[in-house]
Each structure stands twice: as C-alpha cells, then as structure tokens.
Ligand binder design. Structure first.
Ligand code: PHE
Length: 456
C-alpha cells in the first residue's frame, strides 16, 4: 500500500486521545488495582512509577520513532528500517502478542457488558457483598453467558475497525475519554467518603520498601508495559497515522501522565471502598466486579436513583474504555494482514475477529468448564496474561529499545523527535541514554533475576 493514501488522524487532540484511549482501559481500572493489591499497594505503585519513567516512556518514544518514520504496520516497519535482518521478527512477535492479548482481554471486556446489563436491570439494588462475590463467580465460570458477551464485544470492535482510523477510532476516543475521567473523579470522592475507607487510602499511600522483591518488580514492569500499550506494536502502528507535525516527545509524556493518573484514580476509587466493605485487596481479577457494585449500594443506599445512575454510568464507561483499547489491539493485527497479505481491510478484520474469538472462547472456558487444564498451575486465561504481560511485552520492549538505541541511525531519531529540525528536542540525549542502557539492562536484569540466575 502506498504511503500517500495511508489514513491519518485528523487533529492533535485526536492523536493524544486516541493513543491515551489505547493506553487507558481495563489495564488501569481492572488490572492495575488487582496487581497493586496482590503486591502490597503503595510499594507496588512506587516501583510501577519508576518503571513508567525509566522503561515505559523511552520505549513509547522508540515505538513512535519507528512507526512514524516507517509509515507501515509494525512488522513491515522493522523490515523497512532494517532490511534483510532478523529485526522483522521483533515486529512479527509484537503482532502475535497483540492477537493473544486481545483473546483474553476481550473476555474481561465482555464481563463489563454483563455488568452494564445488570446495572440496567437494577439487579445490584439492596444486595450485600456476599451476593456480589457469589454472582461474579457464578457468572464468570458459566459456559455460555461470558462467551455471548465476548462475541458482542468483538463484533463492536470489528465494526469500528472497519470504519477506519479517523471516523472510527478518533471520533470515539474524543467523547469517551473525558467522560470516563469525570466519572472516575466523582467515584473517588464517594469511595473515600465511605466510613472505614481510611485504611484503603493508607494501603495506597504508605509504602513499605522492605517488601520490594523480584516478583513485585516483574509485576510492576509488566503492568507498566501493559498499561501503556507497549511491546506489541500498538503505539508504533498508531504513530504511523500521526501527522508530520506531531510532537512525539510531548505526545508520549501526555499519554504517560494521563494513563498513570487514571490508574491511580482507579486505585483510589477501589481500595478505600474495598476496605470499607471488608473485601481483601488481593481478591485478584474479580476485584472491581465485586467491590464496585458494593460501593454504589453502600454509598448511595438511601438514594437508590443515584446508586442506579452511577453504577450504570460506571459500567458503560468501563466498557467504552475497554473498547478504545480493543480497537487498538485489533488495529495492529488488521493493519498487518491488510498490508502484508494484501487482504482488504474488511477481510483482514474478519480474520482477526475470528481468531481472537476462538482464543477468547477457550480462555473464558478455562475459568469454568476447562479449569482443570493447567500448565504450571495456571489456566489458559491466567497463562495468557502471564505470558503476554510479564514476558512478551517487556521482551519486545527491550528489543525495541535496543533497536532505536543501538541499531537505528541517530539522524532518523533526531529528525523524528525534532520534526526535521523544526521543533526543539531537549530530552533527546536523555531518551537515547535510557534507550541505549537503562531500558535494555533494566529489563534484562529483571528477567535474569526472575529466572533465578541472579540473587539480589
Ligand atoms: N493498555 C491497555 C489497557 O490498559 C491494554 C492494551 C495492551 C492495549 C496492549 C493495547 C496494547 O487496558
């Protein structure tokens, strides 16, 4: 496909919101709280922020440089910038990772639809926390319901992808992101004003640095890559739709700040409420589906109409935040098939939807009917999450850093960050240093440590 007729985002705000729309999703509101809850709250958050600054942001800038200079899908981008080398495999693995993530991510996205429907039907009304625990377990282990919602969710994603970049992705993100933000702030206020919520605030804000260990660092690094949508070519693909005037460093900083802010807001929304109603912070993937409906009931018990509206709004917005992320995951693989195999966009999208539906089907069943099939103690759903977030994303991220830090001609990076010498890039040297040394060594050390080869 020629670059001239490549589609583009229409505006600067659109670019930031679409990239932030990819970054902000279930990773912030569903995954971040349960990872933080499993690893001690505040301590995890500090290590997480360090990972964002030293590993995440530089790798995001590297993906932007690769995408906008190559103007192609991720696999082709590496191939174009490093012809006849093995670098293309980094791009290909990135695309594969996208497909695997979409497979289980869409399952959780489907859960948000079930909860939206429960909210519409006012089924949370008057219930206690035991009910929420029980109904989540019954629903998520059911063989049919989650799969129907998975199907609906993937169809919605499919529809927007087929509409294309500007009309579909950009327009959706411009409305959804600000709405989500406002609602989150309102919910944080409700959550911290519940009686007994102080312990949750303390859990989030009082670190205990003696708790830092290899497991926590691996989890924080994985979460940083997952949450920023890095290491699977997503932001690289989006950057290929950026305009020539987009300031890459500023865009990366904006996305990083928005994403981290939303994650912390989500933590502030969930933990005070969880402590207030006596739910353990390490409840795992079920955390938001159990805690949140409870908050609405407890906080607004005497104003049922407010409880109704806020729970409905929350799940609708959560579904929409997930949608802007599934769109970006889907787009990576669709762009790849479209450009590499000459499939029409429609046909490429159909293949992706079908493959992800199949993966999703098995990962959903692995929580119920197929839960006895495990590998290393993990079922398929947990295994996909572990393999992609904790291994593949950081690994592709590490190679992306090495690629831009060591392989790619510095002139290309300079002209990308300065838009051909038309804007300043005061952070150029810092970014390059982080990409050359800090990110690759940092990621490698965390891996080596986790494999048990290094004991610190
Ligand atoms: N960043 C998204 C989230 O936080 C998930 C995602 C991961 C999207 C990787 C695209 C690529 O929900």
């Amino acid at each position: 496909m020629g670059n001239k007729n490549r589609s583009n985002f229409g505006s600067r705000v659109g670019i930031i919101l679409a990239s932030a729309g990819s970054a902000v999703g279930l990773g912030n509101i569903w995954r971040f709280p349960f990872e933080a809850g499993n690893h001690g709250g505040a301590t995890f958050i500090i290590v997480y922020i360090i990972c964002i600054l030293l590993l995440g942001l530089p790798v995001m800038i590297a993906e932007f440089i690769i995408g906008r200079s190559a103007l192609a899908n991720t696999a082709r981008a590496f191939q174009k910038l490093a012809p006849r080398t093995a670098w293309k495999w980094v791009g290909r693995i990135a695309v594969l990772t996208g497909c695997l993530i979409l497979g289980y991510y869409a399952v959780v996205a489907g859960w948000t639809l079930e909860y939206t429907m429960q909210a519409v039907l006012n089924n949370f009304d008057g219930k206690q926390s035991e009910h929420f625990i029980q109904s989540f377990n019954t629903f998520s282990t059911n063989s049919w319901r989650p799969i129907i919602w998975l199907f609906v969710f993937l169809l919605g994603t499919h529809f927007i992808i087929v509409k294309g970049v500007e009309k579909g992705i950009e327009r959706a993100s411009k409305i959804l992101m600000p709405a989500l933000f406002i609602l989150l702030v309102a919910l944080v206020i409700c959550s911290v004003s519940l009686p007994g919520s102080e312990k949750g605030v303390e859990f989030l804000l009082k670190p205990n640095l003696s708790k830092v260990n290899g497991n926590l660092i691996l989890a924080a690094m994985g979460q940083a890559f997952f949450s920023l949508s890095l290491g699977m070519g997503c932001l690289c693909t989006y950057a290929s739709y950026f305009g020539a005037k987009t300031n890459l460093t500023q865009t990366a900083l904006s996305v990083g700040v928005i994403d981290t802010f939303v994650a912390i807001l989500a933590g502030l929304m969930i933990f005070p409420a969880a402590f207030a109603v006596g739910i353990q912070p390490d409840a795992g993937p079920s955390l938001i589906f159990i805690t949140l409906p409870n908050v609405f009931q407890q906080a607004f018990g005497s104003y049922p109409i407010i409880a109704y509206i806020s729970s409905l709004l929350f799940y609708v917005l959560l579904a929409l935040a997930a949608l802007t992320s599934t769109i970006s995951l889907h787009e990576v693989v669709t762009a790849y098939l479209h450009e590499e195999f000459n499939f029409s966009r429609g046909k490429a999208a159909k293949v992706v939807t079908f493959v992800c539906l199949t993966i999703g089907l098995f990962s959903s069943l692995s929580l119920g009917a197929l839960k006895n099939i495990t590998l290393g103690g993990l079922n398929l759903f947990e295994g996909l999450d572990f393999l992609t977030a904790k291994i593949m994303l950081p690994l592709v991220g590490m190679f992306t850093a090495i690629f831009v830090g060591w392989y790619l001609d510095k002139k290309i990076s300079w002209s990308q960050l300065t838009n051909n010498n038309s804007i300043k890039a005061p952070l150029f040297k810092v970014v390059l240093f982080l990409l050359k040394f800090v990110a690759p060594l940092g990621i490698a050390l965390i891996f080596i440590h986790e494999l048990g080869l290094l004991n610190i």
